[in-house]
Design a protein around this ligand. Structure first.
Ligand code: NDP
Length: 307
């Protein structure tokens, strides 16, 4: 068997088009486009690339982008003051603080200072609580994007056996909550899990969010399973020349694609969905903050996944 490749780039493009059309409608109706504020503290090279990409795509779908680049030594109090200003600014519908933050800043305190209504990353404890109690909320982007890929690949997920490897607050836990909401039977595996390969082999849906290059092997995968590889790892690629690197996931793609029914590639799978979903969340927040119902697209998606 050779797995069907789940094309995250194409799915992300389709989602951006959907968002752009709804942004145009929103802007015509309200006289102003939704706005996304992104806060970057410090000079982390990967974070700089992400933030630039987020700002570019925000503008491309017709939204307003507000970038705040702060020095790595910025005191926590100054960052909290900026968030308070963004919370109060009516032009701002979504606030994203790029992680990781410098060590002297308490990330939990900062994330919890963001108004839950503008928390487009879905990391605020109120949104986390709403998700875990099955209530409507802003959902973390990478898991939400992964659910959209599963919707496009499998349709109804109800009754399927899902295994999520990784239990971080930003990927593993919210992914497990969403799969549970979609009526899957969910197992969350982590670094202390015994017989990880055996646990993975039970999965109809296997989500790898670990951060270890190519850890999940083909013989850990149930034949025909759908594999969502969230991992993004940069590894040496001497075959491309001295000092060159390439991106790989947490799944060993070459062996996995011979067993799986469908699989996300890295790059080009989950990654592109993350920013597209951030834009979707900003659009949703812009509606909900004004007491409006988000566009039909999202209600239909929710009905398919969770209905
Ligand atoms: P974290 O480091 O926060 O969490 C990793 C998780 O993997 C932990 O729960 C850890 O378990 C578990 N783990 C570590 N080692 C093992 C092991 N040997 N066996 C089983 N489980 C293990 O990572 P993130 O969740 O932030 O990210 C995971 C991956 O996803 C990374 O590659 C990251 O780059 C990528 N990522 C991709 C995004 C995208 O847009 N595509 C967005 C965000 C992340 P324990 O809790 O026991 O320590």
């Amino acid at each position: 068997m050779t797995a069907r490749i789940i094309d995250g780039k194409a799915q992300a493009e389709a989602l951006r088009k959907e968002v752009a059309a709804d942004v145009a409608r929103f802007t015509a109706a309200h006289g102003a486009a939704p706005g996304l504020a992104v806060v970057l503290v410090g000079e982390d090279p990967a974070s700089r690339v992400y933030v630039a990409s987020k700002a570019k795509q925000t503008v491309e779908v017709g939204m307003r982008s507000f970038e705040h680049r702060l020095d790595a030594s910025t005191p926590e109090a100054d960052l909290l003051a900026l968030i308070a200003r963004l919370n109060a600014d009516d032009a701002v519908d979504g606030i994203l603080v790029q992680l990781p933050l410098p060590k002297h800043v308490d990330a939990t305190k900062v994330l919890d200072a963001i108004s839950p209504a503008k928390d487009v990353d879905g990391f605020h404890v109120v949104n986390v609580g709403r998700l875990s109690t099955g209530q409507s909320c802003l959902v973390p982007c990478t898991p939400y994007g992964s659910m959209m890929l599963l919707d496009a690949t499998l349709g109804k997920l109800s009754g399927l056996e899902a295994v999520v490897v990784g239990r971080s607050n930003i990927v593993g836990k919210p992914m497990a909550q969403l799969l549970l909401k979609a009526n899957c039977t969910v197992t969350v595996a982590h670094s202390r899990t015994r017989d990880l390969a055996g646990v993975c082999r039970r999965a109809d849906i296997l989500v790898a969010a670990v951060g270890i290059p190519e850890m999940v092997k083909g013989d850990w995968i149930k034949p025909g399973a759908t594999v969502i590889d969230v991992g993004i790892n940069r590894v040496p690629a001497p075959e491309k020349g001295a000092g060159k690197t390439r991106l790989v996931g947490d799944v060993e793609f070459a062996s996995a694609e011979r067993v799986a029914g469908a699989i996300t590639p890295v790059p080009g799978g989950v990654g592109p969905m993350t920013i597209a979903t951030l834009l979707a969340n900003t659009l949703i927040a812009a509606h909900q903050r004004r007491g409006l119902i988000p566009p039909d697209f999202f209600a239909a998606l929710d009905a398919r996944l969770f209905g």
